[in-house]
Design a binder for this molecule. Structure first.
Ligand code: S3P
Length: 742
């Protein structure tokens, strides 16, 4: 801050307790104002403020503190606010910004309106989410706000410049500033801070009251200590907070009391299933919270997490590996397991963000799911009609599969639901599922141009339809078949080209008859799903990166174990073999209705080819890495009939062409494909992955034949489909390192 003008000239802090004192000392330490003046009713605290160096000057009166200050911050107990506002009113300059640090915001706004008759544009309520059980100016700490959040709740008419200055001041203390409405702030704080404090106070009081000598505490262990730490907080401050945030707190107490009552009855009636369901949902939520705190949540948007891949050129690919479980089958295993009757056990589940989003969504709809632990998941199926209404929107992260399959399933439920996703998913077309679902009787609202979020109205009776799919999409087919489980009569779908048939196979595995007649699959509504066991093979789409890697890198010999070889997924092997790749298929077997094999791949001189159009749906996710294979091949490779690639997690034709161009490889982009002249030198450079997992990994593979280092930006989404990619790549000899965390 020193070289720039500080955001304020003279700041008056009224009330030198822990928060006021810490703010004053942070402003001084980081030079966020010319002068910090303090005022406190307690003369000794005020004097201490000067001698401890917390403030520059002690104001003998409120008048002297406020007059001439361009920022006045009230750090007094919430219930003293109105009186202090009355006293400072005559001295507050028209240009001065007025803020506070209280834990409840509607009471501050109400006090300002009573005293000033209006909420001026320069009043900007604030609340630093920081504190400690210590109080008083001696505990003042200039670092108290570093890495903490500060919430500002400016009104619609707030002065933008004043908001920006106050934000700059708080950011200067090391805090992250968020803005939200007063009402939302008070609701959120009632739930996440006020209620936990109330419960802690109440529990400790109840236990202490039962035992006069408080002997009981001798037997209390760490759990009690952690849980009740906040019961040692300042009683006066908290009594203020509860009285001033009365309405929001009462709402959340009622909600909690009701839920506690449900647990009480579950215990009374020996209802272990309810206990297990609530506890495992809470455990998952708590684990999610821990991950959020350490910046690695699976259902966060990754916008503030930067992961960069640094690739060194060259290397060979060798070893014996198993890539993580198949993403498509992992989604479906949770969906059908949840809707089955009884317990389904899944082995080899992909613990990637996409399939975890599906898992979490079912927990949010009341399904008990144990795990995942090392790919093992146990799902306590609730039957086709046992889902419960989720409490809020279901967040599906980056996963188009989850959103499209869920839309079919949820269109038939008795409750309303809303499906949301990250920035990439929010741009993807959902009209392709919404239109046929509407024809079945579903009521669904989408955002502009059929994009997410999807708002699905519950309680609609669906009727089976026949649908001729205009695009070859397994997601659309699966969506309609899932809706068809609930629809009156027969639902049938005809595909223009074969697409992955995991839904059909898994439904059959769960005892639900799927009639298959050439390109048409149909189900009759009204049946039941049994439970089952599912062994998810390794994902051929993840194996694809290594199939190309070992083919293009000299002196390579790699074995990939237990790879899913469903005939609707093996386009990558067919295409690579046609290009001259040396891939041996070993130990072919069928596990749980899906073909599986081990693959041995060795370096080969690849040739460019015209990719047969019938292979496109069978290799739809593998084209980014196939473009790298084509770049390393001799001669021209032409791809046609692949316009679908433009609406995947990114526009995979354009984004790959741009990335290749950044590395000195020129291609010709067409509306429905690309032409790549093989044999061009892949140079070093920086590539943007546009947060598309498969683009990030494809350029990582390109480094094996590059002449210089490659930097790949925005790689955090690799975790959606391939957790552990970096470690596995390193293990096989790919020269990859990362910057940042995901
Ligand atoms: C998937 C189907 C494919 C594929 C996606 C997974 C599935 O999408 O690209 O990664 O699990 O059904 P489309 O069916 O839209 O082509």
């Amino acid at each position: 801050m020193a070289d720039r003008l500080p955001p304020f000239r003279r700041v008056a802090i009224i009330g030198l307790g822990l928060i006021g004192g810490s703010l004053a000392s942070a402003i001084r330490k980081h030079q966020l104002a010319g002068t910090v003046t303090g005022f406190d009713q307690r003369a000794d605290e005020l004097a201490l403020g000067v001698s401890l160096g917390v403030i520059d000057e002690a104001a003998p009166s409120l008048e002297q503190a406020v007059k001439g200050s361009d920022l006045v911050v009230l750090a007094v107990p919430v219930r003293a606010t109105r009186e202090v506002l009355e006293q400072i009113r005559p001295w507050l300059g028209p240009e001065a910004v007025l803020s506070d640090v209280g834990s409840t915001k509607s009471s501050f706004v109400a006090d300002v309106e009573v005293v000033f008759g209006e909420l001026s544009p320069r009043v900007i309520p604030g609340h630093p989410i920081a504190g400690s059980e210590k109080s008083g100016i001696r505990a003042a700490n200039p670092e108290l706000f570093a890495n903490h959040k500060v919430i500002l709740t400016p009104a619609d008419n707030a002065d933008a410049v004043s908001v920006a200055r106050l934000k700059a001041l708080w950011e200067g203390t090391g805090a992250t500033v968020l803005t939200m409405s007063v009402a939302y702030h008070d609701e959120v704080l009632a739930a996440t801070s006020h209620l936990p404090h109330l419960i802690a106070f109440s529990l400790v009081d109840t236990l202490a009251g039962e035992d006069e000598n408080m002997d009981i505490f001798r037997y209390a262990a760490g759990g009690f200590r952690d849980f009740t730490r906040i019961a040692a907080s300042d009683p006066v401050m908290w009594h203020d907070i509860f009285l001033s945030n009365r309405d929001a707190v009462l709402r959340v107490i009622d909600h909690f009391t009701q839920d506690l009552g449900q647990l009480r009855s579950a215990i009374a009636s020996g209802d272990g299933a309810t206990l297990l369901r609530v506890f495992s949902r809470a455990k998952a939520a708590r684990e999610h919270f821990s991950k959020m705190l350490s910046g690695q949540a699976y259902v966060t948007n990754n916008s503030d997490q930067q992961v960069i891949f640094h690739m060194q050129p060259g290397g060979s690919v060798r070893g014996d590996i198993r890539v993580p479980g198949d993403k498509s089958m992992s989604h479906r295993s949770i969906m059908l397991g949840a809707l089955g009757e009884g317990i389904t056990e899944v082995k080899g589940f992909l613990e990637g963000e996409d399939s975890l989003a599906t898992l979490q969504a079912f927990r949010d709809m009341g399904v008990t799911i144990e795990g995942p632990e090392d790919g093992f998941v146990r799902i306590h199926g609730v039957g086709l009609h046992g889902l419960q209404a989720p409490r809020g929107p279901l967040y599906l992260g980056n996963s188009g599969t989850a959103m499209r399959l869920f839309s079919g399933l949820l269109a038939a439920q008795p409750f309303d639901s809303e499906l949301t996703g990250d920035a990439s998913l929010s741009k993807r077309p959902m009209g392709r599922v919404v239109d046929p679902l509407r024809a079945m009787g579903a009521v669904i609202d989408a955002a502009e141009a059929g994009r997410p979020p999807l708002k699905i109205r519950g309680g609609q009776a669906l009727t089976g339809i026949h649908y001729d799919m205009p695009v070859a999409s397994a997601q659309v087919k699966s969506c309609l078949l899932l809706a068809g489980l609930y629809a009156e009569g027969v639902t049938s779908v005809t595909e223009p080209a074969p697409t992955r048939d995991h839904t059909e196979r898994m439904l059959a595995g769960f005892g639900y008859h799927v009639h298959r007649d050439g390109p048409t699959a149909s189900v009759t509504g009204g049946g039941k799903l049994a439970a089952g066991t599912i062994d998810v093979p390794a994902d051929i789409s993840s194996a694809a990166f290594f199939l190309v890697a070992a083919s293009i890198a000299p002196d390579s010999d790699l074995t990939l174990r237990h790879v899913g070889m469903n005939p609707t997924r093996v386009g990558i092997i067919n295409i690579l073999r046609q290009m001259g790749a040396n891939i041996e298929v070993l130990e072919e077997r069928v596990i749980g209705g899906e073909p599986v094999a081990d693959l041995r791949v060795r370096s080969a001189d690849l040739q460019g080819i015209d990719i047969p159009e019938d292979q496109v749906p069978l290799a739809i996710d593998e084209f980014p890495v196939l473009f790298i294979a084509a770049t390393c091949a001799k001669g021209r490779t032409v791809l046609r009939g692949a316009e679908e690639l433009r609406v995947k997690e990114s526009d995979r034709i354009q984004v790959m062409a741009d990335g290749l161009s950044a590395l000195g490889v020129e291609t010709t982009v067409t509306a429905d494909g690309i032409i790549i002249e093989g044999g061009q030198t892949i140079g070093g450079g920086t590539v943007e992955s546009h947060e598309d997992h498969r683009i990030s990994m494809s350029f990582a593979i390109a480094s094996l034949r590059a002449t210089g280092p490659i930097i790949i930006n925005d790689c955090s989404n690799v975790a959606t489909s391939f957790p552990g990619f970096v470690e596995l790549a390193q293990q096989t000899g790919i020269l990859i390192s990362t910057e940042g965390t995901s």
